[in-house]
Design a protein around this ligand. Structure first.
Ligand SMILES: NC(=O)c1ccc[n+]([C@@H]2O[C@H](COP(=O)([O-])OP(=O)(O)OC[C@H]3O[C@@H](n4cnc5c(N)ncnc54)[C@H](O)[C@@H]3O)[C@@H](O)[C@H]2O)c1
Length: 266
């Protein structure tokens, strides 16, 4: 039915405020690849970014890039698999900002080692960087987030856990399966404190580290498996991380979002 009343005047308000203005965001392994792209993306949206990266040189390089782009970053060289190093990073963050809004548990290692060659040392190193690190960082930030009654944690898993198609990665895939289980359990533990916990599972991402080892044959295999015929970029994963961190995802917790140009399908 067409109304005879004059149309209501509609005012459109443009929200120019960046989504993360003055939010304190910790990104582990922020020196290269997905971590670097994520740190830059948060900084461009107004966040105060903490670069918790193993390499002091990479820390400084990314901090410089962010400052050149008029963003705010502090670099705190950190070994996320080491309890003392994580504790000292968090103490610095507490002193500097007094709060933590977002923790991105991104640091990870993925050496290919066949089962027969896999040593306990290599297993422990992979699990230490990929999973124990998440326990340590979450243990350190959750008292702060609980006191705020708010916070977001985003954990980097991988589609290899869903695919079950790769050899020479038992140590890596088991660590990433652990990340998915950890994410779900922690979301259940922390929901009552208004803390959301989600995972992102990237597919084959065209990072600097990948470019150093990938062969044309590997690349052809990736394309043959994906629906979309482009390579996933670190910025694609960063965009999904920022979505989870934003208010647009306020009703989403305990989930694992796949960012892989359509490879694995749940
Ligand atoms: N690249 C991919 O295709 C892909 C696919 C699926 C999942 N992932 C996951 O995404 C995350 C990032 O991957 P990426 O490809 O950007 O990796 P990357 O190798 O490019 O970067 C990892 C960063 O972590 C840092 N790091 C390593 N050990 C650390 C430690 N103990 N403490 C602090 N920092 C440490 C490294 O110095 C490096 O800067 C990882 O968890 C990885 O498993 C990556």
């Amino acid at each position: 039915m067409i109304s005879s009343l004059p149309p209501k005047k509609v005012t459109v308000k443009y929200m120019n405020k960046p989504r993360f203005q003055d939010s304190v965001v910790i990104v582990t392994g922020a020196g290269t690849g997905i971590g670097r792209a994520t740190a830059l993306a948060f900084a461009l949206e107004g966040a105060k970014v903490v670069l918790a990266e193993l390499s002091p040189d990479l820390c400084s390089t990314v901090a410089h890039e962010i400052r050149v782009a008029n963003g705010f970053a502090i670099s705190i060289p950190t070994d996320v698999s080491n309890p003392n190093s994580v504790q000292s990073m968090i103490e610095t963050v507490k002193l500097e900002f007094g709060r933590v809004d977002v923790l991105v548990n991104n640091a990870g290692v993925f050496p290919r080692i066949a089962w027969d060659d896999l040593t306990l040392e290599a297993w422990d190193k992979t699990h230490g960087t990929n999973l124990r690190s998440m326990f340590l960082c979450c243990k350190a930030v959750t008292p702060i987030m609980k006191a705020q009654d708010s916070g977001v944690i985003i954990n980097l898993a991988s589609i290899v856990f869903l695919l079950g198609a790769h050899t020479e990665m038992t140590h890596y895939i088991s660590s990433k399966g652990g990340v998915v289980g950890f994410t779900r359990s922690l979301a259940r533990e922390l929901g009552r404190h208004n803390i959301r916990v989600n995972a992102i599972s990237p597919g084959a991402v065209q990072t600097e580290s990948e470019a150093a080892v990938v062969t044309p044959r590997d690349e052809a295999l990736v394309m043959a498996n994906q629906c979309l015929q482009t390579r996933v970029q670190p910025s694609d994963v960063a965009n999904a991380i920022l979505f989870f961190a934003s208010q647009d995802a306020r009703a989403i917790t305990g989930q694992n979002l796949v960012v892989d140009n359509g490879w694995a399908m749940n």
